[in-house]
Structures are given as C-alpha cells and as structure tokens.
Design a protein around this ligand. Structure first.
Ligand code: FCB
Length: 454
C-alpha cells in the first residue's frame, strides 16, 4: 500500500479564523465581526479581530509552511475585505493582500487552494436579507468574479463553499454561529437552496473567466458512518445510514451533495421535508449541478453502524472511555476508509480531503517545544485509513490537515487548538508543534513513514 506519486500534502485555514486586521485595509465588517460583539456569543467574549494577526505576518507564516514542506495551502478569502459592502465597489487594498499572499505562497513552492466562502458573509448583505435574499447567489457570483479577475492568472484550485450544513444549521437555525438567527425550517431550506445556487453560479463564473484552467471543488460537511464489522450486512447498513435523511434538520449528506453531483434533491428528503422544501426550476438545478472537478471532504468523526433487525442501520454507542479529542469529538479513523469509499461509490467524483484534524490541549513545555503525541497518533491513524481507501480504488488526490496553525475556533474562541503550528496569542509567537515536524516527514516520504512508529 502506498500513496500515489502525485499525491498532494497540504494544510488549511480560513480568513476570519487567522487574519485579524478586521478593520484594516478598507475591509467591511462580516457577520462574524458583528456576532462576536454580542454578549455571550463567543467563549470568554473573544473575537477574530486580531486572531493570529496573519494579515500582517503572512510572510513569516508562509515561511513556516515552507519549513514544514507543505505542497499546498488552502486558505479562504474574506468577502468583505474584497467588497466591503458585499457588492459594488471593489476594495483594491483588500485584493492586494491576497495578491501578495498568493505570490508569497508560490515563492515558497507551495500551491494555493482558494476557498471563496468560509462563513464570513459581509454584514452589509446580511442587512439586506443575507442568504435569504433571492439575489444572494448573484452577489456571490459578482464577488467570485472580482476574485477570479485578480488571482486566476496564478490560482488554479478553487473551492466554492465550505460546509453549507454547518454555517446554515449553526448560524441560521441554532443561532450559535453568526449571524445568530433562528429561522423556521422552511426558511432554512431556502437559505440552503440559495447557497447551492451560489455555488453553481460561482462555478460558472470561474469556468468562464479564469485565465488558467481551473480545478473547482465544493466542500460540504461530511456526515460519516462506518460499519461495526467488515461483514457485508454491516457495510450495507453503514452505507444506508450515510445516505438516508432521517430528520428535519440539515445534518445529512445527500440534501447538500445530490443536487451538486447528481442534479436533484434526494427523494427521501423531499418527502420528509414536504412543504418546507424549496420550490425550484429545472434551470436552477442545472445551475447547481455544473460539473465540478473534485469533491472536498471535511472529515472529523463518524458514526459506528451495524445491521439491526431486517438489516436496518443501527448506530452503535461508543464504549465508555472511548478516545476523544479535546473538543470531545470521538476519534474514529475508520471514516477515512469507509466514509470515503461510500462517497466514491455514490458520486464517482475525485475526492480531496479538504479538512481533517483535531483539537488538543497543547502548551509550550519547559523545553520550549510543543509535544502533541495525540495529534500525531490521530493523524497517523486517519492517514493509514486513507491509504486503505486509496488501495481499495477510491480516487483521492490530496489531503489538507486542519489546521496549519491554532486559530479562532468560532463560538469556542481560542479555547480549541487545531494547529500544526502553536500560536501564543499574547505575543503572536509561533512554535512548530511536534506534529508539524512529524508531518514534514510524512510529506517528505510521501506517507511511507506512516508505517513506522513516530
Ligand atoms: C470545520 C470548519 C473549520 C474549523 C473546523 C474545526 O467545521 O470548516 O473552520 O472550525 O471545523
């Protein structure tokens, strides 16, 4: 077993989580800037106003990435930095930042992968109804065009939306994320439909206007299942569990993936959601299902499933004391084998792991280093399972670790540390964690060292 020769090893971040400089360079406020000001919205009243100050330190940060030997770096563009009002006048200084960042990344021999939307909607657009406004997909197309005009002479890898399920559920249903709304289900699904349309229109804009031949992907949140055993009945049950819509909420795969990859909403969802489902035209479905080049999988954890009575999927509770990350997310590396396999079987789209990682309780030890054996073990187990998926014939061409550096973890503020690089927020000093040094070996050996004890 081995990784293909051309396999790409990367790490990821997003604008609001690392940039800071929230009021600099002509940037307008995003819904996250305003949400963080609400009392009790974010852990300890924290915000991304400064974050990792990456906006000012991007050169050093890219230098560290070069040190790790990253081959690709996935980052997102802040929409309100480019268009402070969301639409209309382009902020040249905002685009200039990404222009310089892209050059710096190339100079470090790293390939940039650009995410267009990682949740920081311009506040000005939120005031106009945000994703509920029927014009929202056109706004996104306009923004995409501005970015493509500036960067597509160098950038070839594009990701439209990051995890619609997450920003829609947490932001528009639970109110736990920006903009903090609690919409009824029907409106929520309309938000979803508009976001899917935005994805499709962005794909069209990129294809039409990109200077260099683009590689375009979409990165929904992966709701993953894996079989309790390798027996055929459990495998069938896990597969069925992954592709069934079983509740009136957004936490499923098919509602968000079938429209993009198959050009239709799933039947079971339409039936279950009934009158709450959005009405749409065939033309809209065609827009949503524009051909894309890769399927981005953000994989963190999954459900263990066995065949119950009559083969029906049954989720198996994890035993007491099961491995958990600092976030208390279960450690389930099987997802990288089974989850990816199930996606490949259903969608037949080349897969890129656009996010995978864990939060850990990291600190700088007396020896000046950050020892994070859990992250090394977690990543090693997930990558070995990924290698198994590849051996089983799944087309996976890249892996992005989340995250390149510790950052602002949304409503959890700076409590959770996901980085390969440790950030001391009191002085913005960075320290490469042990996992970063280890990942460097993984990259240098194209995964061969995974089979050796670290
Ligand atoms: C994903 C998000 C990313 C980060 C990780 C931990 O859902 O895309 O921004 O918060 O989780």
């Amino acid at each position: 077993m081995s990784f293909p020769k051309q396999f790409v090893w990367g790490a990821a971040s997003s604008a609001y989580q690392i940039e800071g400089a929230s009021k600099e360079g002509g940037k307008g406020p995003s819904v996250w800037d305003t949400f963080c000001q609400k009392k009790g919205a974010v852990w300890n009243g924290q915000s991304g106003a400064v974050a990792c100050d990456h906006y000012h330190r991007y050169k050093d940060d890219v230098g560290l990435m070069r040190g790790i030997g990253l081959q690709a770096y996935r980052f997102s563009i802040s929409w309100p930095r480019v268009l402070p009002n969301g639409v209309g006048k382009v902020n040249a200084r905002g685009l200039a930042f990404y222009d310089k960042l892209v050059d710096e990344i190339f100079a470090a021999n790293i390939t940039p992968w650009v995410t267009l939307f990682h949740w920081d909607l311009p506040h000005a657009l939120h005031r106009r109804g945000g994703w509920l406004n029927p014009d929202s997909s056109d706004w996104f197309a306009e923004y995409t065009h501005a970015v493509v005009a500036k960067l597509s002479d160098r950038v070839q890898h594009w990701i439209t939306l990051n995890e619609p399920q997450v920003f829609i559920s947490l932001g528009y249903q639970d109110g736990r994320h920006a903009p903090g709304d609690k919409l009824p289900f029907k409106k929520l699904l309309q938000v979803g439909h508009n976001a899917l349309l935005a994805h499709g229109k962005a794909v069209q804009v990129i294809r039409k206007h990109a200077t260099l031949r683009p590689q375009i992907g979409y990165a929904p949140f992966a709701v993953l299942s894996y079989p309790a055993t390798d027996g055929a009945a459990d495998i069938r049950a896990a597969r069925q569990d992954m592709f069934t819509i079983s509740g009136k909420h957004c936490w499923n795969n098919t509602w968000w993936m079938d429209p993009v990859f198959k050009g239709r909403y799933p039947e079971d969802g339409l039936k279950l959601f009934g009158k709450d489902a959005p009405s749409f035209t065939q033309k809209e479905m065609e827009t949503i299902s524009q051909p894309v080049d890769f399927f981005g999988v953000n994989a963190y954890m999954g459900n263990k499933v066995r065949a119950g009575k009559g083969g029906k999927p049954e989720r198996v509770p994890l035993p007491v004391g099961h491995d958990l990350t600092a976030f208390r997310w279960p450690v389930t590396p099987e997802i990288m084998h089974w989850g990816l396999r199930f996606y490949w079987e259903r969608y037949r789209h080349p897969i890129v792991v656009t996010e995978n990682g864990m939060s850990n309780i990291d600190w700088v030890a007396l020896d000046g280093r950050v020892h994070d054996p859990q992250r090394i073990d977690f990543t090693r187990r997930h990558l070995l399972a990924l290698e198994r998926a590849i051996a089983a014939g799944v087309d996976v061409s890249a892996y992005f670790h989340w995250s390149v550096m510790d950052n602002f973890e949304w409503a959890d503020g700076y409590k959770e540390r996901f980085g390969l690089i440790y950030v001391d927020y009191s002085n913005q000093k960075r320290v490469l964690k042990d996992s970063a040094h280890w990942y460097k070996q993984v990259i240098a050996t194209n995964g061969k060292c995974l089979h050796k004890e670290p």
